[in-house]
Ligand binder design. Structure first.
Ligand code: MSP
Length: 532
């Protein structure tokens, strides 16, 4: 497994280049980013892949509506997506576009191999197609004649097509899922997939002839490859399948494909069946995260209620948005987005708990210790307890991250922040100084400063600006992101004598009424978005 070899390969879904991305899409990517950063901190050689899904009937249709060629259409959207990932500080190592030659070649190699070995055959497809989800459905799967996933109208399709013998792989796949409980997570998603396969797997239609925006089937160029087979192959094309054996061997099988719950099916059935047919090992895990929903239900472009992450970052800052996304959606379930919830979360966690801890501590160092980190004296029981709380929380963060419970990992870090505030309340250093006990007061402040230093390091996978800001206020010049996870356990590395700066408050409290009065909507039809 790559992780045992010191590498870690994590992927996001590749986003449809059909319109601007909203806060729900940002969630998938920010979560993967936090995980990638955490694994790097643990010393693994991480490859974090994201990208764009640029072929298919939906995109061809949108391009036509916009009156431009499909390539021109997707090129424009990809620019916006890259900009969004920059703004959110997404630390991807590679960005794959399905229109790139390195990808197209692999897709053609994949289908050719399956064709040559008899895993693909030609027949006629008659059934229903959802252009929005790019999914085929059987009559028995429809819900009141509509797409069971998105509820939209379907197209009746009768086409001569190529089929992948997926039914062949139903048994081996079930066997794999049963013997590898970690393969599909969380548990609820795993059960859904098992019962889906138990109902019987049909062969999969893998080519289309009624439009041409796709990868041509090499031996029959009137067909283009089904967009999901095309898209799923990105996970191997991006690491040099058939082209760069060393790179491929270092990272395949992937450690985790992080995907939204509605596309687990594609990743946990179609993709592994194709990999089995190719004779490749299966990814270690497909993790289906929950959705960010609005109080009124699902966020969707057609409802015109999507939330623009760029406006939110502009208004509240990148760390407030990242923190909200990572903290608000609990492990495996859905979370509700509202601007009020974002403000409440920012005020409670960042302004009150973290911001106050830093500000009150450093102000006291300035006031009572001439702004210098003191030399600590011997530790009291309450100081030991503080260190133990930190050590327990660090262990818990690691456990949570191993299980992709990102929100719980952040909750554990906030246990530390709150413990720091409680410790200050209980030890009351201001009163120690007033009574002339400079040594004990100094020890208390040293302990809190050290706690803050380590907390900032622990926050580096999640927040991108704040940890560095905190370190500079402590007088530290390095980048906290360069510290390894193992060093989180090393108490006492904060050098006495550093000059601190309490500075401006880290996170000013957001006044809810003022926040929304700048007139710009965060939701609605995204400006410049092409399409619906
Ligand atoms: N192109 C396919 C994926 C191909 S992967 C081989 C696709 N693209 S998508 O742009 O529609 O969605 C990409 C990801 O965004 C999915 O994981 C999806 O779950 C996620 N999200 C879209 N809206 C979301 C929310 N409202 N909340 C959380 N995630 C959501 O599907």
């Amino acid at each position: 497994m790559p992780e045992e070899r010191g590498t870690y390969y994590i992927t996001t879904p590749i986003y449809y280049a059909s319109g601007k991305l909203h806060i729900g899409h940002a969630y998938s990517t920010v979560a993967a980013d936090a995980l990638a950063r955490f694994k790097r901190m643990q010393g693994l050689k991480v490859r974090f892949l994201t990208g764009t899904d640029e072929h298919g009937q939906k995109i061809q249709k949108r391009a036509r509506q916009a009156g431009v060629a499909p390539q021109q259409f997707v090129d424009r959207i990809v620019q916006d997506i890259l900009h969004l990932w920059d703004v959110l500080h997404i630390s991807y190592d590679d960005f794959i576009r399905t229109t790139e030659e390195r990808h197209v070649k692999v897709v053609q190699e994949v289908v050719s191999k399956l064709w040559e070995q008899g895993d693909i055959y030609k027949s006629t497809y008659t059934g229903w197609y959802c252009v929005e989800c790019e999914s085929f459905w059987l009559p028995r799967q429809l819900q009141e004649g509509l797409c069971p996933d998105c509820g939209r109208e379907l197209e009746k399709v009768t086409e001569e097509s190529y089929f992948f013998r997926m039914s062949r792989y139903a048994e081996p796949l079930l066997q794999h899922i049963r013997t590898h409980p970690e393969f599909i997570q969380p548990e609820s998603r795993r059960n859904e997939v098992i019962s889906f396969i138990e109902q019987g797997l049909e062969d999969l239609c893998i080519s289309r002839t009624t439009f041409d925006w796709g990868v041509p089937i090499p031996w029959d160029r009137s067909h283009v490859v089904y967009v999901w087979l095309d898209a799923l192959s990105n996970y191997i094309s991006a690491i040099g399948y058939t082209r760069d054996p060393d790179l491929f061997a270092a990272y395949w099988p992937a450690d985790v494909h992080l995907v939204g719950k509605e596309i687990v099916r594609f990743h946990a059935i179609i993709w592994p069946a194709v990999l089995m047919a190719l004779g490749l090992p299966l990814p270690r895990q497909v993790f289906g995260h929950g959705w960010l929903v609005l109080e009124g239900g699902k966020m969707s472009k057609s409802k015109g209620n999507v939330v623009d992450p760029l406006v939110l970052v502009d208004r509240y800052g990148v760390d407030a948005v990242r923190h909200f996304l990572l903290r608000e959606i609990p492990f495996g379930s859905d979370g509700t987005y509202s601007e009020e919830a974002l403000i409440a979360r920012t005020n409670a966690d960042l302004a009150n708990d973290l911001g106050n801890l830093v500000h009150r501590t450093l102000s006291m160092v300035e006031r009572y210790l001439e702004g210098r980190i003191p030399v600590p004296g011997h530790l009291h029981r309450i100081d030991q307890e503080l260190r133990e709380t930190l050590a327990a929380a660090a262990a818990q963060v690691q456990r949570c991250m191993d299980e992709l419970r990102i929100s719980d990992a952040l909750a554990s870090i906030w246990e530390v922040v709150r413990a720091g505030n409680r410790y200050l309340d209980r030890t009351a250093p201001w009163s120690l100084f007033r009574h002339g006990d400079v040594e004990r007061g100094g020890t208390v402040l040293y302990n809190v400063c050290e706690l803050i230093r380590i907390t900032a390091v622990m926050l580096t996978p999640y927040l991108v600006d704040t940890p560095g800001k905190i370190w500079r206020r402590l007088g530290l010049e390095e980048d906290p992101g360069s510290i390894t996870w193992a060093e989180v356990g090393e108490w006492g590395k904060l050098p006495p004598g550093l000059r601190v700066r309490s500075g401006e408050v880290l996170f000013p409290r957001i006044d809810e009424r003022r926040a929304q009065s700048d007139g710009r909507p965060t939701s609605g039809r995204l400006p410049g978005g092409v399409g619906e």
